[in-house]
Every structure is written in C-alpha cells, then in structure tokens.
Design a protein around this ligand. Structure first.
Ligand SMILES: [Zn+2]
Length: 191
C-alpha cells in the first residue's frame, strides 16, 4: 500500500509530460484548441494550436477575396496575444513576439506586418486538416506573479472554438486544465 501510493505521483508526472504529444497526434476534433504555457522565471511562452474550422470556418485555401480577408483578419487577431490570453496584471507581462503559422497562406503575404516574422507553410494537404499554430513570448516584471491565465479573450474572438486543452509548466509545477467559455480561467497551481 505504502509503496504504490509513493509511486503514483511519479507515474502521474510521466503521463502529464507525454500528454501534449498525444493530444497533437490524436483525433482531429473541430473547435478544440490546444494551448501549451511555459512559465520560466520572468518569461512566459504560449503555443496555440487550433483547427481552421475553429478559426475561420474552413480548412482549405481561401477561395475568394472575402475568404482571404477572413484569413488575414484572423491572423492579425491571433497575433495579439494579450487580447487572447490574460495574465495577472500584477505580473507586468508584455508580449515581445508572436509568430503565426497559417495553413495554405502561400503567396498571399499580407502587407504591413514587418514588425515580426510570419512563417507560412504550403505543405498542408489540400484535402486534409490544417492547423493554425501561433507562438507567443511574454516578458514579465514579476514572473512569479503569473499564477493564472484566462482564455476568455480567445473564446470571445473565435466563438467556434468551444474548448481548450491547456497544458502548463512553471518553475515548480505542471498540470493541465480543460477550459471553455464560462470557465475560461485556471490557476497555475496544482490543485
Ligand atoms: Zn479538421
């Protein structure tokens, strides 16, 4: 009894470490975003992965100017990390970079985004699912004050995203949470 109880936390940590990869390679479900948050000292890195259906309503190359405009608007909005992921004000975090990987972006390079890099990939299959991936880096005055995150902004901006699987790691703990509109916040402490 005592030995198995002692073993359990180790197994649990192993499962938690492997679960992001499992999620990434699991069944593709529409409207579910995967969010990985890593807080290391005064730096917070967030990686968002979401399907095209949840972001713009389609998972193929834009067919006309209106769809292209929708993609461009979504990309611009996705790069505004602070509007999507609310970190505690006491931490004094600001976004220092955001990089968006937009499926099917191809030659349709948007103008006026010279402040940062956008990586565009043409390798998404025309008949397959295509994920949007956005990486954010925040620098904080007091990283230790980042004791929670709220995704209300993300759900508000993209109503077709109805669930988010969050995995988080801080300097001293790691866990995950399933978030949704109406319960969009989680504390970054092991409950
Ligand atoms: Zn899909």
């Amino acid at each position: 009894m005592t030995s198995s109880a002692g073993l359990a936390p180790v197994l649990w940590i192993a499962v938690a470490l492997f679960s992001p990869a499992c999620l990434a390679h699991g069944a593709h479900v529409h409207g579910v975003a995967n969010v990985e948050l890593v807080r290391e000292r005064d730096s917070v890195q967030i990686q968002l992965t979401a399907d095209g259906e949840g972001i713009v309503g389609f998972e193929r190359a834009p067919r006309d100017a209106a769809e292209q405009a929708k993609v461009d608007a979504a990309r611009s909005r996705l790069r505004q990390g602070p509007a999507l992921f609310a970190l505690p004000a006491a931490a004094g975090c600001r976004q220092v970079s955001s990089v968006a990987e937009v499926p099917h972006a191809g030659a349709a390079e948007a103008a006026g985004e010279s402040d940062d890099r956008d990586h565009h990939h043409d390798d998404a299959k025309a008949d397959g699912h295509a994920d949007w991936k956005v990486s954010y880096v925040f620098r904080c005055v007091r990283g230790a004050a980042v004791d929670g995150v709220d995704l209300a902004g993300l759900f508000g901006a993209f109503p077709d995203i109805t669930r988010a699987e969050l995995q988080w790691i801080t300097d001293d703990a790691q866990s995950g949470a399933e978030l949704a509109p109406g319960r969009s916040r989680t504390a970054l402490v092991v409950q």
